[in-house]
Design a protein around this ligand. Structure first.
Ligand code: SF4
Length: 348
């Protein structure tokens, strides 16, 4: 049975209006009221539940980048994995190109695996160290039975060129440990892109590479998107890169999407107190050219196993209203405050 939150959310987010794609076409990826709950077990018995994602609706159009931002534990990585069906949602639906894949067994998802790919945070563990770069990038083509050996070699070279591992021939026989962190992540991106996917989840793709490689890696992804119309879900804790890289930004807190809208609107005119605090905490250059740290958000996010009653942000919110924001069973729902700009907060 749906809980009160779900029912209220369904009212606040009618399916046909929930996070419309920016491109005016039918969405490629559609998440409908997705929940991912993990039971906490001690021995044989369940001792509670972690609500990693708790009723999120979101959709991406072809050629659109949506950035998901939020602190650790906000549920953004879990939501990204659910959208790729690397995790089966507890409730809600995941649709890809109009097909419901929420509970389809893995053996029947090969068509989807070819069309949707992931780039993970850690280029050190995501590449098999015993394989050459050529073998790593070619492997998805072999798994999906694409091309002859010569055709696969040509596609590998093309993918390496596209991620600026140049000249590509020089990288074919190298092993991951012979590459820098930035080069390794670009090899991981080449592997993800070699199948020409329509949807890519890029989960903190630049957080473990040196600063000089970050802009180039994001540029590679952006070029790819513009050339091939790929939809990208860009998961990051870095709201500053989200502004430049994404068409829309979604802000997550404790498993909830609390704000969603065009990147410039969300960053220049943040509505939710949590988004305002996230942006205020971004370091910015001062006139002496040193990075100046702004104040961080007070307190730690509560555990998703013990979500506060009422608005999940209320214990940390400087604008919390007693008797409104802390009432059990009343979670603020996303509402469209201005065209395309949604916020879940009782201030609006
Ligand atoms: Fe703050 Fe209340 Fe808005 Fe939650 S609903 S963000 S506690 S003002």
């Amino acid at each position: 049975m749906p809980d009160a939150t779900t029912e209220a959310q369904a009212q606040a987010l009618p399916a046909e209006r929930a996070e419309r794609p920016t491109q005016g076409e039918k969405p490629l990826v559609r998440l409908e009221d997705v929940k991912v709950h993990f039971p906490i077990r001690r021995g044989l018995f369940a001792r509670g539940v972690v609500k990693a994602v708790d009723g999120v609706s979101l959709q991406l159009a072809r050629g659109e980048t949506v950035a998901l931002v939020g602190e650790s534990g906000s549920g953004k990585t879990t939501l990204g994995r659910a959208s790729l069906r690397l995790i089966e949602p507890t409730a809600g639906r995941v649709l890809f190109d109009g097909r419901d894949i929420t509970h389809v067994p893995e053996a029947r998802l090969k068509w989807f695996r070819r069309r949707a790919q992931a780039v993970f945070q850690d280029p050190y563990s995501s590449l098999n160290g015993t394989m050459t770069i050529e073998q790593i990038v070619e492997e998805p083509l072999i798994i999906h039975g694409v091309g002859t050996r010569e055709e696969r070699r040509a596609r590998v070279l093309e993918a390496l060129e596209a991620v600026r591992l140049r000249p590509p021939e020089e990288f074919l026989k190298k092993f991951p440990h012979q590459l820098s962190g930035g080069q390794r992540q670009r090899a991981a991106i080449a592997r993800a892109l070699v199948l020409d996917p329509e949807y890519v989840v890029a989960d903190e793709p630049v957080s473990m590479v040196d600063a000089s490689s970050r802009a180039e890696i994001l540029l590679v992804l952006k070029e790819r998107q513009e050339a091939a119309g790929t939809a990208i879900l860009y998961i990051t804790h870095d709201i500053a890169t989200a502004r430049h890289f994404a068409h829309r930004v979604g802000v997550m807190y404790l498993g909830h999407l609390v704000e969603l809208g065009p990147s410039e609107r969300v960053i220049e005119n943040p509505l939710h107190p949590y988004t305002q605090a996230l942006i205020a905490a971004v370091p910015e250059p001062d006139p002496t050219n040193r990075l100046r740290e702004r104040p961080v958000i007070p307190g730690e996010p509560p555990s998703p196993a013990h979500t506060p009653k009422g608005c999940p942000f209320h214990p940390r919110c400087p604008k919390a209203m007693k008797g409104t924001c802390d009432v059990e069973g009343r979670t603020p729902q996303l509402k469209e405050h201005e065209p395309g700009h949604w916020v879940a907060c009782y201030l609006y």
